[in-house]
Ligand binder design. Structure first.
Ligand SMILES: [Zn+2]
Length: 76
């Protein structure tokens, strides 16, 4: 069984999907009965999702092109 310290230690690898099946199962078992850890992981996952979306926005070539066009327009 995992305790809260294990969850803390493995949280990053869990949200990155890097745990093996057994680790993942034990991890999720802990979350089922430990609300603070469950909340923490839920937050980590949301944060990861936001970062993923933001990263996409940042490197979106269409968006970049629009920004560039806007910049060029201001120069003229
Ligand atoms: Zn816990």
């Amino acid at each position: 069984m995992y305790d809260c310290a294990d969850i803390e230690r493995l949280a990053q690898r869990y949200v990155d999907g890097k745990l093996n099946d057994e680790e993942k199962m034990l991890f999720e078992k802990h979350l089922e009965y430990c609300l603070p850890c469950d909340k923490k992981i839920e937050f980590e996952l949301k944060l990861k999702e936001i970062i993923r979306i933001k990263a996409k926005e940042k490197f979106n070539p269409v968006d970049l092109e629009a920004k560039l066009m806007d910049f060029v327009r201001k120069l003229n």
